[in-house]
Design a binder for this molecule. Sequence first.
Ligand code: SAM
Length: 225
Amino acid sequence: MRELLQQTIPNLTGEACDKFVAYYELLVDWNTRMNLTAITEPEEVVKKHFADSLAALPYLAPGVRAVDVGTGAGFPSIPLLIMRPDLKLTLVDSLQKRVTFLEEVLKTLGLSAQCVHARAEEFGRDPRFRASFDAALSRAVASLPVLLELTVPLLKVGGKAICYKGDVSEELKTAKSALHLLHCTAEVVPVEANYGARSLVICTKNAPTPAAYPRKPGMPSKKPL
Ligand code: SAM
């Protein structure tokens, strides 16, 4: 595991390596009791979960305040936090069991982040969180138009929604209306990977989000913008 991590993740310190190992052990252990991930082989986890999660590192300035919407077992936020403990992260998921797992991971790894059990549609309307983040991360949660409605209301003007995607060319076309309604512009950054096409869609929020968004729970995916 250590060798795999050292080979795959550049600039990995001994301390960060220990944390990834501990995270892996918790992930496979808790995965026997709850549905956290279909990927459990060490090499696959290191490449497809850990290294993949780190793709956003160059786009996160020091001390940035970021939210991970639909974090699940902690991707991308836990790997990012292991490499960059300066990040001020809020991890949001609609399943309480996964939030309990994340709290255990943070405690065991000695990392600090806020975990919130909420649906993104409600979280984005909460005045404590709306328009308060510099960046919103999201990986494997929904299609781009849905993701934009869940993440953009959480951003300050000038903030960026960073969506982890595969080949996004078709999806980007379907997101035109959402980008327009949410006052965003998008840029696609290819990510190097030897397990299929990977990219980051980085959307900049150019003006405040209209009060109508996000709509009530379920609506963003039922009737995408
Ligand atoms: N981001 C993780 C990853 O890359 O492995 C988890 C992906 S998992 C397929 C999707 C996660 O999003 C689940 O944990 C689910 O509970 C959460 N989720 C889906 N819709 C959500 C919503 N509207 N609000 C908050 N969490 C949501």
